[in-house]
Design a protein. Structure first.
Lengths: 85, 319
């Protein structure tokens, strides 16, 4: 399925005029399931950060840094950068 | 640059600035040099940002840059220039001895439950196209334009309850309360713009999740999960300033030979409204929000990142 981006105003108008099973109380059908699952998951363009071999242990990074003679880059956020931020 | 010239690591500041062990002390030593945070008993203020430093703890560069790649690039360049000016004795491999951690502060470290299940959880703002079909929302450069990520943790007894050994085709039974509540309170959230408020137990106004056994044989058990929930900050959802009216559906498969679940795929879709202190900028009105669940491969270090809600670990597991 191609992921489409639609103008917000057009989408709002469509939301007023059209019905959708998920929104209006019906179950999600097996036919809708795979399409929705794919739509919601990250697209390849959203996964470039995975090309960097991020570690998740500062102590492990410290050990690897001294073994390889490299400095450490720490990306520290309130909410894990590789999780919920 | 981040890959070739640095050892790249990530951390959740909520844990790191609080933990009372060697790792926490080392982090605060680095962060203090950037003038970040404070050292009060509650963990102090935020120390988040991008840090570059040596294995000995000498700060090279810092910026609280969020997720801005251009700023991160400049910080890395600056740090690398300073690193190269250090004497060889500080830069050579083995220049610093890093001992094994003597202990970890269990109050501020989280590990997946033994024998448990790690599920990736993705959340995305959706919209409707001219045909009424759900599509990716166009946030026009605003926050929340990409899928957000989190993890769902299930204990071994919990995931085994999803496809019980004696299940027969056509059997129906409710999803275990603890799992249903965990999904509703901690994973049916709009985290696309940062850390959202989590739902209180009383804010789950209604929920019904039913498991139907679709296939059961010697090779395994496949079940379908159907559900719906209304989650809202007011008992009358029409008066709530924040809420999610959501349907959920998906498939779970237990592989007998592997004695493991090899499929856990769910989709939740519904109308969400409202925002929180740290997630301002929600779209006006009630707009579609989708959440997708799938098994983590377990191959990436990021698979071990704890669920956001696991900061309050006892509440997360409903203990």
């Amino acid at each position: 399925m191609t992921v489409r981006r639609c103008p917000l105003a057009f989408g709002l108008l469509a939301a007023l005029l059209l019905t959708s099973s998920a929104r209006d109380g019906d179950s999600i059908t097996p036919e809708q399931f795979a399409k929705l699952h794919k739509l919601i998951k990250p697209q390849p363009s959203e996964q470039k950060w995975e090309q960097i071999p991020w570690l998740v242990s500062l102590w492990e990074a410290r050990g690897q840094a001294t073994r390889e003679g490299k400095p450490i880059l720490l990306w520290e956020m309130d909410g894990h950068p590789l999780g919920c931020t | 640059m981040a890959t070739e010239d640095f050892i790249a690591v990530t951390g959740d500041d909520w844990y790191q600035r609080r933990r009372q062990d060697e790792e926490g002390e080392f982090f605060r030593k680095v962060s203090d040099q950037a003038g970040r945070g404070s050292r009060d008993s509650g963990g102090g203020s935020t120390r988040q940002g991008i840090y570059c430093f040596t294995a000995s703890g000498r700060l090279l560069a810092f910026k609280n840059a969020g997720q801005a790649p251009d700023v991160m690039r400049e910080v890395l360049k600056d740090a690398l220039a300073k690193w190269r000016k250090l004497p060889e004795s500080e830069r050579r491999p083995g220049a610093v001895t890093v001992p094994e951690l003597a202990r970890t502060d269990s109050r501020y470290t989280r590990t997946p439950p033994p024998g448990g299940l790690i599920v990736n959880v993705f959340t995305r703002l959706l919209d409707r196209d001219a045909n009424g079909e759900l599509c990716d929302a166009d946030c026009k450069g605003n926050r929340g334009d990409e899928a957000a990520r989190d993890h769902l943790w299930l204990t071994e007894s919990e995931w085994r309850s999803l496809a019980p050994a004696r299940a027969k085709r056509g059997d129906q039974f409710p999803l275990a309360d603890k799992i249903a509540e965990r999904i509703c309170r901690f994973h049916l959230i709009d985290n696309t713009r940062g850390e959202p408020p989590l739902w209180g137990r009383e804010e789950v106004r209604s929920r019904k999740f039913t498991i139907t056994v679709e296939e059961a044989n010697s090779a395994g058990i496949r079940v379908r999960l159907d559900g719906a929930a209304v989650i809202a900050t007011h008992a009358d959802a029409s008066k709530a300033d924040r809420g999610y009216d959501v349907r959920l559906m998906g498939y779970i498969h237990f592989d007998t030979a592997k004695d493991a679940l090899d499929r856990f795929e769910l989709v939740a879709v519904g109308d969400h409204w409202g925002d929180g202190t740290y997630t301002r900028g929600a779209r006006p009105g009630r707009t579609p929000l989708g959440v997708a669940f799938e098994l983590a491969s377990g191959k990436s270090p990021s698979d071990r990142v704890p669920p956001q809600a696991a900061r309050e670990i006892a509440e997360y597991f409903g203990r």
